[in-house]
Design a protein around this ligand. Structure first.
Ligand SMILES: NC(=O)c1ccc[n+]([C@@H]2O[C@H](COP(=O)([O-])OP(=O)(O)OC[C@H]3O[C@@H](n4cnc5c(N)ncnc54)[C@H](O)[C@@H]3O)[C@@H](O)[C@H]2O)c1
Length: 500
């Protein structure tokens, strides 16, 4: 199966828009296809709306944002992409028809996945050419922030297609959950619908309003669910003997009529109660406003969960590790290449772009982000030299002693930027670097930084000699850069000399 550089979207409504935002954010180009030409403006708006929140998901160095294009020609889309995600309305015959059409146009090594909420993959792949590359990949709204995607193979799906899809979704920061056997509603919608049926009964029977039932989740179980699912939570509820005790204690209740499950009749009265209830809960806020609120707290929760390496936080942590490793290995390859070719000049250490969130009230990149970008470049250099997590865990690290930043030109939102680095000095304990931040489009110099780092034994918090292997690596770069013209802006150097 292919390396996915271009994602094709078949249907660009709520879910198609979410897929587009996620893929573009992680550097994948998107060709969006919808029968309605007006959906082009819609999907561009959806991507724009998502960008604000997404830009704060991680500080890890991201690839340049992917490019979005739009077409109403299904076959042209299918011919030109590496992976197709179908998101048309939940109607079996419609999905069968468009999937068959896409499969006739797309090369056989292009995986085709459906976002269906509950249809069976075996039914969907029935009319397809090369049906073995088809699977269900069911995401959750908003697709750009929620990592869960349920992967379900049909009778004719190949293990290779499932593996390729799992790899792709992981790469775009998701948590693929393999569903062992196709069942209507997959796993999550089956669970969600059970809860929803009970809600409809309780509203129908006049027991509670929609708001009270939402409170019954939000103030209690909902908070637990972000980090632990029902089963682990019940295991804790059973005390020392866990789930066994829990089942012994509450098992008999399962025979009592606590739940009804079979949905009630959707009468006009019930529909009115549901609609009026949720309108009251919205308190006059528009769907857009509520979406923004939802996105903000989903973002914040994931940052918190990251600290505990739990659930969606764990997925985010994995994404960040890959982004840092990728940026680090790109930088390492660049340094090795420059040394091998005896290129005598600063080395490209980092490629990223200015996130909208980094912009201050002047419309330019805010001061602290310059240090962050230069810090990421330094990090890439030290990783190359062997100062990685293992090194730090052994009680040694590089500490920043001085930074001298000079601003030359403005960095604007979404502009691709890169950092080149020159080694100025190296001794047994200290490294002095000079970074240049460039606008990638025209190489314009935006800022420079001269920084002094000292190698520290973190157990004693005192300067300590560099590990010989790290020193030897860094020395290769020092030798390569010896004799290069000394860049301007030497405050860190003058202080270093005074102190040293
Ligand atoms: N909305 C959710 O919360 C959610 C969550 C997970 C999965 N899903 C699933 O995702 C799919 C799409 O749902 P949605 O909420 O985005 O629907 P939607 O109605 O917002 O979007 C569907 C889009 O498909 C387009 N379309 C219709 N016929 C088409 C055709 N023949 N070719 C190309 N485009 C066509 C429509 O113009 C529309 O833009 C459904 O299968 C749904 O079950 C939805």
């Amino acid at each position: 199966m292919r390396q996915v550089r271009v994602l094709g979207l078949l249907g660009t409504g709520v879910i198609g828009g979410g897929w587009a935002a996620r893929a573009l954010y992680l550097g994948i180009d998107v060709v969006a296809m919808d029968t309605r030409p007006e959906m082009e403006a819609w999907i561009r708006g959806a991507v724009e709306n998502a960008r604000g929140t997404l830009s704060r998901l991680t500080l890890a160095p991201l690839p340049p944002e992917g490019k979005l294009s739009f077409t109403t020609d299904l076959e042209a889309m299918a011919r030109g992409v590496d992976f197709i995600q179908e998101n048309v309305p939940e109607q079996l015959e419609l999905k069968q028809r468009v999937l068959a059409q896409a499969s006739r146009a797309a090369p056989a090594d292009v995986v085709i996945a459906s976002s269906t909420s509950g249809l069976l993959p075996s039914d969907l792949q029935r009319e397809m050419t090369a049906p073995e590359r088809f699977l269900v990949a069911h995401p959750f709204n908003p697709v750009y922030l929620l990592p869960l995607v349920e992967l379900v193979g049909g009778q004719r799906t190949s293990p290779a297609a499932l593996a390729a899809a799992e790899h792709f979704y992981t790469e775009i920061g998701m948590h693929p959950l393999r569903v062992r056997r196709e069942v209507p509603g997959h796993l999550t919608d089956r669970l969600q619908e059970a809860l929803w049926r009970e809600i409809l009964h309780l509203v129908n029977d006049g027991v509670a309003s929609t708001g009270e039932l939402d409170d019954a989740i939000v103030y209690g179980p909902g908070l637990r669910w972000a980090g632990m699912g029902t089963n682990l939570v019940y295991h804790l509820a059973g005390g020392e003997t866990g789930m066994r005790h829990m089942l012994r204690q509450f098992g008999p209740c399962l025979k009592w009529p606590w739940t009804k499950l079979e949905a009630p009749e959707l009468t006009e009265t019930l529909i009115d109660r549901m609609v009026e209830g949720t309108q009251a809960q919205a308190q006059g806020r528009s769907i857009r406003e509520l979406e923004r609120l939802r996105d903000e707290y989903l973002l914040a929760i994931q940052q918190v969960l990251k600290q505990f390496d739990l659930g969606a936080g764990s997925t985010l942590r994995g994404l960040e590790e890959r982004l840092y490793a990728r940026s680090g290995s790109r930088a390492s390859a660049g340094i090795d290449q420059a040394l091998a070719a005896r290129t005598r000049g600063p080395v490209r250490m980092l490629d990223t772009y200015v996130r909208p969130e980094w912009i201050d009230y002047n419309g330019h990149m805010t001061d602290s982000r310059y240090l962050q970008v230069f810090g990421d470049a330094t990090d890439a250099l030290f990783r190359w030299a062997g100062v990685d997590d293992g090194y730090r865990e052994s009680g040694r690290a590089m500490y920043t002693v001085e930074s001298h930043v000079m601003h030359r030109a403005e960095a604007k939102a979404l502009e691709p930027i890169h950092v080149t680095t020159q080694m100025l000095e190296l001794d047994g304990r200290r490294v002095r670097l000079h970074h240049c931040l460039h606008r990638t489009r025209d190489e314009k110099l935006l800022a420079t930084a001269e920084q002094l780092y000292v190698h520290v034994d973190t157990r004693t918090s005192h300067a300590a000699p560099l590990e010989p292997s790290v020193h030897a690596r860094l020395d290769e770069l020092r030798v390569a850069h010896a004799g290069l013209p000394s860049p301007a802006g030497g405050a860190a150097r003058s202080n270093a000399n005074r102190n040293g």
